[in-house]
Design a protein around this ligand. Structure first.
Ligand SMILES: Nc1nc2c(ncn2[C@@H]2O[C@H](COP(=O)(O)OP(=O)(O)OP(=O)(O)O)[C@@H](O)[C@H]2O)c(=O)[nH]1
Ligand SMILES: [K+]
Ligand SMILES: [Mg+2]
Length: 370
């Protein structure tokens, strides 16, 4: 019997050797669904049997959490220390860091949690190295900082593949797909806007998972891969960017070569860093702040003046409810209504409810029951 690796390889080969067209689309969809099933099973089996037990319990804190992901010894801990003043152990040998080390960075009024973790190696999604623990932490990130160094930028594809195998989708919106299993009636498919898929393809993919009856709703142009992800579940969608450390060790020509390489492989240029010399560290802080998508909300007590000096910092999209939750849980429990001045409303002092979405610079008053 073929090993799982061989089975996976055979399906991957068949998918890439089959041209996608009307005649083959159902078959390809079926293969993709089958591949996802085998891979997910292999991953959960490997994870269940690999050591490490509990994983690391790290409480998220602050206004957003960034996880530093990279091969051993690219300088994750050195960078954490530089950004946050933490003292995570650093050394020239691989797997110096064996747990999660949290630090916190103040930038432009935001309090950002940064997590330093053990190095990630090929096979991590299957539990290799500290894969099990590392993947669990990465899945909880609000933002992933992929870190390489000047010697290994070509391996960026390995990082992306491991995260992908672990169900982590980078820089991608979660596709809008609802699959509701039913007890009869076959597959019913509704779509809002131009659908990327047709009923037959959807039927083939679901059949591979032994789902014969379901109501399916998609919005926008979704692909087969998106559909398989929705069907399998447990996928996370996280923004990420790439930085290359230790640029102090190479000349300008090599730097340009690295920038070209990463741009080709990742689709966007990296931030070139030196955690040792501090080169581009301020730029990196700005990038982290921007990528987390913070907005500022100015709070105005009932009958008082708005505090225009110290806004509340929160990630977009933010509703009145999420701001209330950040302030104190009583605000939600005793909520009557809120008043808003700013871009998110048509007129000043507009009354809104908990599910109103706020915009950067809004002024907010929350009125509670006595
Ligand atoms: N030249 C140079 N060396 C660096 C830089 N940043 C880190 N290093 C060195 O690279 C080595 C590895 O650094 P660490 O911070 O331990 O790397 P890590 O990614 O945390 O490693 P693991 O925890 O083992 O995965 C150490 O010897 C650091 O001093 C840098 O900007 N320039
Ligand atoms: K190291
Ligand atoms: Mg380390």
């Amino acid at each position: 019997m073929a090993s799982i690796e061989e089975e996976i390889k055979a399906i991957e080969d068949e998918i890439s050797n089959t041209k996608y067209n009307k005649a083959t689309s159902n078959h390809i969809g079926r293969l993709k669904a089958k591949l996802a099933k085998i891979k997910d099973e292999a991953v959960s089996r490997a994870m269940a049997s690999s050591g490490g037990g509990e994983g690391y319990a790290v409480k998220k804190s602050g206004d957003g959490t960034v996880v530093l992901v990279g091969f051993p010894s690219v300088g994750k801990s050195t960078l954490l220390n530089k950004l946050t003043g933490t003292e995570s152990e650093t050394a020239s040998y691989a797997f110096t860091t064996l747990t999660v080390v949290p630090g916190s960075m103040e930038h432009k009024g935001a309090n950002i949690q940064i997590l330093d973790i053990p190095g990630l190696i090929a096979g991590a999604a299957m539990g290799k190295g500290r894969g099990k623990e590392v993947i669990a932490v990465v899945r909880s990130a609000d933002l992933i900082l992929l870190l390489g160094d000047v010697y290994n930028e070509k391996h960026i594809n390995v990082l992306i593949k491991e995260l992908n195998d672990a169900g982590i989708r980078l820089n991608k919106e979660k596709p809008d797909i609802t699959i509701k299993k039913t007890s009869n009636g076959g597959i019913r498919f509704n779509t809002v806007g131009r659908a990327g898929l047709d009923l037959e393809e959807i039927r083939s993919m679901l059949a591979e998972n032994k789902v014969m009856n379901a109501d399916v709703l998609t919005r926008g142009n979704v692909t087969q891969d998106d559909f398989v992800d929705a069907m399998m579940g447990s996928r996370v969608y996280i923004p990420a960017f790439f930085a290359v450390n230790k640029v102090d060790l190479v000349d300008e020509e090599r730097r340009q070569e690295i920038i070209g390489d990463v741009t080709d492989r990742f689709g966007r240029p990296p931030i070139m860093l030196s955690a040792h010399s501090g080169y581009n560290i301020e730029h990196l802080k700005d990038e982290i702040y921007n990528q987390l998508g913070f907005i500022r909300i100015y709070l105005k007590p009932v009958g008082g003046k708005a505090d225009l000096k110290e806004p509340l910092i929160i990630r977009a999209p933010a509703t009145v409810e999420s701001v209330c939750n950040k302030l104190h849980r009583e605000f939600v429990e005793k909520f009557r209504y809120a008043k808003v001045w700013g871009d998110s409303v048509k007129h000043d002092a507009q009354r809104v409810g908990l599910n109103h979405t706020l915009e950067d610079g809004d002024i907010l008053t929350v009125v509670t029951k006595a």
